[in-house]
Write a protein that binds this ligand. Structure first.
Ligand code: ADP
Length: 492
């Protein structure tokens, strides 16, 4: 670590590879991270650039160059397009888009039939792009399965080329559940020999796993909270990768995600009815009434609980379904914004028919309504089965909305149960994944809100005082990049 400490002030050249980046394309938290971490790094003086696919929904971008990429036994053209993201202090983050009409001019980001082939093409195009755009990074920061093959491609096909030989890799797992496991044939699209198709390399239960490839071949691995980094080394949370992760435990770190405090700021948010901050927190109520109005609920001062989530099993929705009747028998309101599994979409629509004046449901993806829910709710529900980091609870804190969470992964690392005696804590949490425990946490929240307004005020103040901006986490990433460089150079 001595060598690392000495070098910490060195300005790095970093390429962040992500399949989604705010503001260009988003389905979940990865996009928020990929859109905000680079800005924080650029503000620290590093030369950071981002690369992502140019999906149809990204829209028109300037063209930089094009070149052929070998995909199996044919060549596909990669067109590099570009844009920039503005960072603090007049810094700009260049963003490269890999375009190919066949692979990316389609509706939707994912779930296509040739997913392994298209992201295989993306990974190869990213590496081929570097000399073409004249960027020789010190580190390539890969994220999730879509960029998992890059560390292996570097080692296998590029290691002998001087342009690439010094590039170190960090692989960040934002969610171990999504693994990118494909038929063996995908190896040929990547130009990789079958010798890699064994359990110590890319093979995972008879398939080629892109996430496993990243986990095995990157210099260093991290995930987005300390607790999740520990949890994924157990069979319960390891999604079949726990053995491998235990083996690489010495190279596995946890860094909690930061939040873009400019984008998520109740004092300037253009999408909410009335802006507010710590000193004008009473104005939060105006946003509550506006939200009630918008979703057709009675405008009155009952506790209002918000839920903004992908509607998938991970998010604890089966647990919510089990407590719904009891919860809505009380004098409360619940607002749900989400999309995903049709089963859960139907479920919430069904409850809405039964509780029209207590439950507001919006099925779909709506970033602006999401901000209004964070601003207008008193409490925010996030009882995840597992949660690598979670941004919903961090956005809630920023808006003075109190999270009710299950203590797992990043939720455990960021939310502490409020203690009326010490006045400490920023939310309500529970551990066993059981309806009674969820209900207990919700009831503690509702009781405090209704019966102890002074204590409630303290709790809201605690939430607003939290600081989960990128500052600290970006510094931790710099440290980790140096660990990866050290490993790559054989120093550590
Ligand atoms: P995940 O990445 O697993 O979906 P996170 O909590 O890390 O979970 O990030 C989710 C992000 O996506 C948050 O910013 C949340 O507000 C946003 N989000 C989720 N569902 C929707 C939706 N239907 N409409 C708008 N924003 C959403």
């Amino acid at each position: 670590m001595n060598i690392i400490s000495k070098n910490l002030n060195q300005k790095l050249k970093i390429l962040l590879v992500s399949s989604e980046v705010v503001p260009f394309a988003k389905t979940g938290g990865l996009a928020d991270v990929a859109g905000s971490l680079p800005k924080a790094l650029a503000a620290m003086g590093h030369d950071v650039r981002v690369v992502m696919p140019k999906y149809r929904e990204v829209g028109k971008k300037d063209t930089l160059c094009d070149f052929p990429v070998q995909v199996g036994n044919r060549k596909e053209t990669a067109i590099v397009r570009q844009d920039t993201m503005e960072a603090e202090g007049g810094n700009h983050v260049p963003v490269y888009f890999i375009d190919n009409y066949h692979y990316f001019d389609r509706d939707g980001l994912y779930l296509h039939r040739d997913e392994g082939e298209r992201f295989g093409f993306f990974c190869r195009a990213v590496l081929e792009m570097l000399p073409k755009v004249g960027f020789q990074p010190d580190i390539i920061h890969c994220n999730d399965w879509q960029s998992g093959p890059i560390p292996l491609l570097l080692k296998d096909q590029y290691a002998k080329k001087p342009y690439y030989s010094k590039i170190a890799t960090l692989f960040t797992v934002h969610n171990l559940l999504y693994q990118g496991n494909w038929d063996k044939g995908v190896l040929s699209f990547l130009g990789l020999d079958e010798k890699y198709f064994h359990p110590e390399a890319v093979e995972f239960y008879g398939q080629v796993s892109f996430i496993k490839t990243g986990l095995v071949f990157s210099d260093v691995i991290n995930t987005v909270s300390n607790t999740y980094a520990v949890e994924i080394q157990t069979p319960e949370y390891g999604e079949g990768m726990d053995g491998l992760l235990r083996k690489r435990a010495g190279d596995l770190y946890g860094i909690i995600n930061g939040l873009n405090y400019e984008e998520f700021n109740p004092a300037t948010d253009p999408h909410i009815r009335k802006n507010y901050d710590f000193d004008s927190i009473q104005d939060k109520k105006v946003n509550k009434s506006a939200l009630q109005e918008e979703l057709g609920l009675a405008v009155k001062d009952v506790p209002l609980i918000g839920l903004v989530s992908r509607l998938v099993d991970q998010k604890g929705l089966d647990l919510i379904a089990l407590v719904m009747d009891e919860l809505l028998s009380a004098d409360v309101q619940l607002v749900v914004l989400g999309s995903g599994d049709p089963h859960y979409e139907q479920l919430f629509k069904g409850f809405q028919v039964r509780y029209p004046d207590k439950l507001g449901v919006y099925i779909g993806f709506n970033a602006e309504l999401a901000q209004r829910i964070y601003a207008g709710s008193d409490l925010f529900l996030m009882p995840s089965k597992f949660e690598p980091c979670g941004l919903g609870q961090l956005i809630s804190l920023r808006y003075g909305t109190i999270p009710i969470v299950r203590a797992t992964g990043g939720l455990k690392d960021t939310i502490n149960e409020f203690d009326g005696e010490t006045g400490k804590g920023n939310g309500f949490s529970f551990v066993p994944y059981l309806p009674a425990d969820l209900l207990g946490a919700i009831k503690r929240g509702l009781t405090l809100f209704r019966n102890q307004p002074e204590q409630w005020g303290k709790l809201v103040a605690n939430a607003l005082r939290e600081d989960f901006s990128w500052d600290r986490s970006a510094k931790e990433y710099i440290r980790l990049y140096h660990v990866a460089l050290g490993k790559h150079q054989g120093i550590n």
